[in-house]
Design a binder for this molecule. Sequence first.
Ligand SMILES: Nc1ncnc2c1ncn2[C@@H]1O[C@H](COP(=O)(O)OP(=O)(O)OP(=O)(O)O)[C@@H](O)[C@H]1O
Ligand code: NI
Length: 307
Amino acid sequence: MPILEVKNLSVAFTQYTTGFKQKSHQVISDLNVTLEAGKILAVVGASGSGKSLLAHAILGVLPTNAKVSGSMTYVGEELTHARKIALRGKEIALVPQSVNYLDPLMKVGKQVRTSVRTGDPKEAQKNVFERYHLKPEVEGMYPFELSGGMARRTLLSTAIVSGAKVIIADEPTPGLDPTVMKEALGNFRELADSGCAVMLITHDIDSALSIADEIAVFYAGTTVEIAPVTDFTGKGEALRHPYSKALWRALPQNDFIPIKGSQPHSSALPPGCLFEPRCPWATSDCRKGRPEMRELRDGTVRCIHAT
Ligand SMILES: Nc1ncnc2c1ncn2[C@@H]1O[C@H](COP(=O)(O)OP(=O)(O)OP(=O)(O)O)[C@@H](O)[C@H]1O
Ligand code: NI
């Protein structure tokens, strides 16, 4: 049984335009992901494709003007908002994208210690600081006294000491020097190997490939493909969706061919397949409706033409 399952998640924001006119922007549509114990799912996709919003939806920290539909389960039971609040920071931990999530008024050692649930908090905090090369004096500092890299390592420490079963890491590595970054990625792998389910959101496909088991490719607020990591190889022949193939081939070590056009904005989503306006395979059928996510060769894809 998956630890965490997100089914047909949709998120829309209501915004006021001129006067009292309201406009609804669909920023996530029909999104599906599954997290399993012992596995790392990496989530990749362009900026604005909905990666952080998915993380926030799982943690129950979306802004109040967000309208959410779809279902989520945690170990087979519905993950209601009340349950999200109860599990947050305990069973489900977030390594947030922004270091602004640290409490500005609390010394960082204390912030890490309050996340410890079993064993001696002081000991756990000391050990994790050592692991991330945070000197003993750092525990007495306030967030504003930390460098960006130190703040990131503090956020990682908080999630690691929590003993959570599900770790959602939203771009946890920018600003870290390569050695610490490698260590942080290695820690996620260790957490997974010890039975956690990890979702790693990243722009960095290379890091994702180095530690993940599966990769979910996001585009304009939905999953277009979920594939085993081993499919990201060669010219991308094993990949299913034209966007995943293009994303893979756009990497510098591959063909370095940029993808023409840009991701549609949530205020102007195409009526059919969200990738249709940029797709080399598009036909008139692609404009008729959103393709469903379907199983194909050990993965899933949202494209009527994928084979
Ligand atoms: N509070 C909000 N109100 C309205 N729109 C929002 C709000 N928060 C996010 N969005 C929109 O939702 C979309 C998805 O945002 P999200 O932060 O999830 O992207 P992302 O994939 O995490 O991008 P990045 O890689 O830059 O972190 C964006 O178009 C963003 O502008
Ligand atoms: Ni983000």
